[in-house]
Design a protein around this ligand. Structure first.
Ligand SMILES: C[S@@+](CC[C@H](N)C(=O)[O-])C[C@H]1O[C@@H](n2cnc3c(N)ncnc32)[C@H](O)[C@@H]1O
Length: 210
């Protein structure tokens, strides 16, 4: 999760004071190493999104890239983001699409191996922490060969649960997007072709009222 605010302390960059957090010390170690090699003024903290280490009304905007669906306490995270945002600030995040990343999901393929439909089911079955073994299917085979599957806890929510949580946290929903790869991208990365058939991701931007 990352956030940015104008830095008004004397001698600091006139542009922004960005910060990034993750609960994983490993992620933050890599991010700090990257920052050291490619300085851009971002400060990284090991912290939980459930308890942000920032004051009230600190940031102009907050981003959470592909992480909210992995955190079960969505209501607490949204309350923390709302608190840390300045009035009028926005929160943007991406998650796996709640309508298509369902407990039952299967790609239906034609004779050439191309996905023509996605079978989804159990949409209303709440999964709360079931552990799944997983590997990036879109990663190039040579990269995948060197990796062991990793284990992640799964949590599911319906689309209306997501949207109602945002509304009850005080946010105003501003924009939704369902990105899909171009034909050219799907040809280059066949693992992404499913995302041309149904939306794999949901992008959301909400605003804290001014
Ligand atoms: C799917 S990964 C995405 C990571 C990164 N945003 C990316 O795109 O590479 C989900 C991330 O959420 C982090 N995470 C899980 N629970 C968290 C929490 N309570 N607070 C902050 N980060 C959390 C995990 O450590 C993991 O790095």
């Amino acid at each position: 999760m990352s956030a940015a605010a104008r830095d008004t302390t004397p001698g600091s960059s006139p542009n922004a004071a960005p910060a990034g957090i993750d609960i994983s010390a490993n992620f933050i170690r890599h991010a700090r190493e990257w920052e050291e090699a490619n300085p851009s003024g971002i400060h990284y903290y090991v912290a939980s999104a459930v308890e942000l280490p920032f004051g009230d009304a600190t940031f102009d905007f907050v981003s959470a890239f592909m992480s909210l669906m992995d955190i079960p306490e969505t209501d607490l995270v949204l309350a923390e983001v709302f608190r840390a945002l300045k009035p009028g600030g926005f929160f943007q995040f991406s998650i796996t699409h709640p309508c298509f990343d369902t407990p039952h999901r299967e790609s239906l393929r034609d004779a050439e191996g191309l996905t023509y439909a996605i079978e989804v089911g159990d949409y209303f079955r709440r999964i709360d922490g079931e552990v799944k073994e997983w590997l990036f299917s879109a990663a190039p085979p040579d990269v995948r060969a060197g990796l062991r599957p990793f284990r992640i806890p799964l949590f599911t929510k319906t689309l209306s649960e997501w949207l109602n949580l945002l509304i009850s946290s005080g946010f105003v929903i501003e924009r939704l997007e369902e990105p899909r790869p171009s034909d050219e991208t799907a040809r280059e990365w066949p693992g992404l072709q499913d995302a041309q058939v149904v939306a794999c991701f949901l992008h959301v931007r909400v605003r804290k009222p001014a």
